[in-house]
Design a protein around this ligand. Structure first.
Ligand code: GLU
Length: 476
C-alpha cells in the first residue's frame, strides 16, 4: 500500500507557523515512507478565501522545499462530486434536506439554551411529511443537507499521537454537509476528498480532533474505511499562550523577509513537536527525511522559542560558503535599494562576497546586512551621537589628518597592509590603536559599530576611504 497524505490549507491568509509545521510533517512522513503528498486547497469559504492566499501558501511551501506529488486540487472545482455524494447519502437514508432558516434555528438555539437544553439542531426536518416539504419548496426555501449522526454509543478515534480518544455520539449534531448554494461544508468535503484521493493518513492540527468523530461517521455512511489520524499538538508562545499574532509575525513569508533561511525554518519547525533524541538539534532536510516518524511526535504542546530560532539561523548562515551567502544576501541589498536589479558584474560580485565574508560572523538574520553594509554603497550618514562621542574627542582631528596622509601613500590596498600601517601610525602619534581606529571607523561608516575596520577599508577602496576620512576631519 502506498502511503498517501495531504496538506489541506484553507486559503484565508498566509501560511503560518502552525500550518507550515503541518505541511512539513506531512511531507516528512510521505518522504520517509516513500509515499505521496497531495496539496488540496480547501477554498469553500468563499468570503474569506483569496487567490493571494493560495499564492502565498504555495510560495512559502516552495521556499521551504516542500514539494508535492499531486495538486494543488481546489475544492471549488469539485462541487459536482460533493453534490453527488450528498444526494447519495439522502438516497441511502443517511442525510436529509433541511428547510429550516438560519433565523429560526438561531431563535430555537437561544430558547433551548435559556431552558438549559442542548444547542443541537432539534432535527425537525428529519421527519418532514411530503406535504410539508412541498410547502417549503413552494415558499421558495432552499434546503441545506444534514447528515444523520448516530445518537447512541461512542465513536472512537485511535489517534497515532494522542492514543485512544472516545467521543459520546449523543454530543454530535446533525451537521450540515451542503449549504443551499451547493457548496459543501468542511467536514463533508474533507471526507469526500480524503476518500476520493485515497488518503491513508490524515496528519493535522489538534484543533481538528473534535471534527474527527463526525468525519468517521461520514466515512462509515459513505462505505469507506477511515484513514489513520494523527493530531499534532498546539504551538505555544513563550508565555505559554497559543501562538498568535500577539507574539509577533508568524507567517513564513515574514520569517523569510527578515532573513531566516529555509534550512533554519525546516529544522526549527520539525522540532516543534518531534524529537530524535534528547540532545540533537541540528537536522538537514535529508536527516529529517531519514529519521522522521510519527511515534516520535509528542503529545505535549510545543513552545516557540525565538532565541533558539535565532541561534539556529546564525548556525546555518555560518554553514554557507561566502559565495552562497552573498547570493542569499543579494535580494536584501536589492530590496533596500542598495543594489540595482539585473546582471552583477564580476568585480561587483567580488565586492559583495567580501562584504558577506566580513559580516558572516555577526549576522543573525540576513536582513541585518543592510544596516551593516549600507555605507559601502552610498554616502555616509553620520550618526550625530557617533560624531559627538568620537569625532569631537581630543586628538580625533589629528588622527584623521595623519591617517588621510598615510593612507594616501599606500598602493597595496589590502587589509593586512592597512592593519600594519595604521598600527604604526598609532605608535607614531603616541596613541592607543583604538584612539586612531575609532575615528576612522566613524569617518568611513558614520557609526561606532561596523564590520572589521581594515577589511571595510579594503572593500571601500582607497579613494573613497581617503575622501571620507578627509571629510570627517572637517566635522572633527
Ligand atoms: N482546511 C483545514 C484547515 O486548514 C484542513 C483540516 C484538515 O486537514 O482536515 O484547517
Amino acid at each position: 500500500m502506498t502511503i498517501r497524505v495531504r496538506f489541506a490549507p484553507s486559503p484565508t491568509g498566509y501560511l503560518h507557523v502552525g500550518g507550515a509545521r503541518t505541511a512539513l510533517y506531512n511531507w516528512l512522513f510521505a518522504r520517509h515512507e516513500g509515499g505521496e503528498l497531495i496539496l488540496r486547497i480547501e477554498d469553500t469559504d468563499r468570503a474569506r478565501s483569496t487567490e493571494d492566499a493560495i499564492r502565498a501558501i504555495i510560495d512559502s511551501m516552495t521556499w521551504l522545499g516542500l514539494d508535492c506529488d499531486e495538486g494543488p486540487y481546489r475544492q471549488m472545482d469539485r462541487l459536482d462530486l460533493y453534490a453527488a455524494k450528498a444526494t447519495g447519502l439522502v438516497e441511502t437514508g443517511r442525510a436529509y434536506l433541511c428547510y429550516c432558516e438560519p433565523e429560526e434555528l438561531e431563535a430555537r438555539r437561544r430558547a433551548a439554551a435559556a431552558a438549559g437544553g442542548s444547542p443541537r439542531y432539534y432535527r425537525r426536518c428529519r421527519a418532514l411529511t411530503p406535504a410539508e416539504e412541498a410547502d417549503y419548496i413552494a415558499g421558495g426555501r432552499r434546503p441545506t443537507t444534514r447528515f444523520i449522526s448516530r445518537d447512541e454509543g461512542e465513536t472512537i478515534v485511535d489517534d497515532l499521537i494522542r492514543g485512544r480518544v472516545v467521543f459520546d455520539n449523543a454530543e454530535l449534531d446533525d451537521l450540515i454537509i451542503m449549504r443551499p448554494d451547493g457548496i459543501p461544508t468542511y467536514n463533508f468535503a474533507a471526507v469526500v476528498d480524503d476518500i476520493e484521493m485515497g488518503m491513508t493518513h490524515v496528519i493535522r492540527g489538534e484543533d481538528h480532533l473534535p471534527n474527527t468523530p463526525r468525519q468517521m461517521q461520514i466515512y462509515e455512511a459513505l462505505g469507506a474505511e477511515p484513514p489513520a489520524f494523527a493530531h499534532l499538538s498546539m504551538i505555544l508562545g513563550a508565555d505559554k499562550a497559543p501562538l498568535s499574532k500577539r507574539h509577533g509575525a508568524t507567517s513564513i513569508e515574514a520569517f523569510r523577509d527578515v532573513g531566516y533561511l529555509p534550512e533554519t525554518m525546516v529544522n526549527f519547525l520539525a522540532l516543534l513537536g518531534w524529537a530524535w533524541d534528547d540532545k540533537t538539534t541540528l537536522f538537514s532536510p535529508a536527516d529529517l527525511k531519514d529519521r522522521f516518524s510519527l511515534d516520535k511526535v509528542t503529545r505535549s504542546p510545543a513552545v516557540f522559542d525565538t532565541a533558539k530560532l535565532d541561534w539556529m539561523n546564525g548556525h546555518y548562515i555560518r554553514q554557507l560558503t561566502v559565495a552562497e551567502l552573498a547570493q542569499r544576501l543579494i535580494p536584501f541589498w536589492r530590496g533596500a535599494g542598495l543594489l540595482p536589479d539585473g546582471e552583477i558584474a564580476a568585480a561587483e560580485l567580488r565586492r559583495l562576497e567580501a562584504m558577506a565574508a566580513v559580516c558572516r560572523e555577526r549576522l543573525v538574520k540576513l536582513g541585518e546586512i543592510v544596516a551593516l553594509t549600507d555605507f559601502f554603497f552610498k554616502d555616509v550618514d553620520y550618526d550625530p551621537a557617533a560624531v559627538d562621542k568620537v569625532l569631537h574627542k581630543e586628538g580625533a582631528a589629528a588622527a584623521l589628518e595623519a591617517a588621510a596622509a598615510k593612507l594616501a601613500q599606500i598602493d597595496d590596498w589590502t587589509h593586512d597592509v592597512l592593519d600594519t600601517a595604521l598600527r604604526a601610525l598609532a605608535d607614531e602619534l603616541g596613541q592607543k590603536p583604538g584612539k586612531v581606529f575609532q575615528p576612522i571607523r566613524v569617518a568611513i561608516s558614520g557609526r561606532t559599530v561596523s564590520p572589521p575596520l581594515f577589511e571595510s577599508l579594503e572593500i571601500l577602496g582607497k579613494e573613497t576611504s581617503v575622501d571620507r576620512i578627509k571629510k570627517a576631519r572637517e566635522l572633527a
